[in-house]
Design a protein around this ligand. Sequence first.
Ligand SMILES: Cc1ncc(COP(=O)(O)O)c(C=O)c1O
Length: 386
Amino acid sequence: MASNSEGFSTRAIHAGQDPLQWTHCSVIPPIVMSTTFRQDAPAEHRGFEYGRSGNPTRKVLETCLSALEDGKHGFVFSSGLGASTVITCLLDSEDHIVSGDDIYGGTNRYFQKCLSKQNIAVTFVDATDIKNILNGINPNTKMVWLESPTNPLLKLVDIKEATEAIKKINSSIIVVVDNTFLTSYFQLPLNLGADIVVYSLTKYMNGHSDIIMGAAITNNDDLAAKIGFLQNAMGIVPSPFDCAMVNRSLKTLELRMQQHMKNGLAIAKFLEKHALVEKVMHPYLPSHPQYKLALKQSSGHSGMVSFYLKGDSQKFLKSLKLFTLAESLGGYESLAELPSIMTHASVPEEAREKLGITNQLIRLSVGLESEKDLIDDLDQALKACQ
Ligand SMILES: Cc1ncc(COP(=O)(O)O)c(C=O)c1O
């Protein structure tokens, strides 16, 4: 069995996958579709009783995910937002959350439209400056929600320093980090002090744009017991088949992330030199204002690149041939989108303007195609949008 002292890909391939756990010793974990499990006597079972409360295929994936995260407890859910819903259900009515202001639009919508009905208020702050996080904390604050890099502007939050400062004010505040953009291959928020890491596994972790799923991972036994209870009690669980698909995808995560980084950085450098591009955001460009922080807290960046275009953004997006105009990110195929009217349309207009999510802001999810073909495609679309 792989342990956390082993390399990333060794854990991705072996953690939780021991063939000896199955009587038939299948090398690839079986997809167990059964919704119920025979009991030896009433309430006496061999680890599984009912498919919502636990499933062998799901457990394999949860074990593998927690090993990759250097974490103790992993839980998967039927979407990334499902994972976020369960995490916020750790709170009570009248509790308060401080959240970064530049986060995934769907998380923002969930906070504003759903949590408010449960009487849980959220204060949005520019979390790139830790002072803003601390100023947002009040006696009812029970959770701080961070994304780093942020979506879509790729700003960074110093997770270690932020967590230390938050815990100094109140050690019981739960710090949650959405690590979807970097994955456990490039960044380990639990090792930087976070209490819970949340994922949209839909993105890089699965990486094939064919599964919607989420995860929460923690080292805290008490939080794990509560999240495990909520996973069963709220029932936001994925299918065994989907779990097997994500488990398979994790085996190539290291290889995929290395190639996403290589292609993404090459494209960021190409765009930065282009006359029709106003500004490029990529944490591993020396021009990024938090370049040093990127080098300190992560070991690389994914294929996410955002930029402000000088030309006509609609024309640019329609002219792309290899990049597909679509929402989402993290798959092997390259995607392009306009956050202001696509992924972040649910962010109130005033907040979008303040953040800089304008109609000139393009977000790319750079895939695994050949670098030259991707650059050629961007080049011809840039020429067409003048
Ligand atoms: C950073 C981030 N977090 C969470 C989510 C929500 O995940 P899902 O779509 O799997 O519910 C997304 C989706 O785009 C995302 O980009």
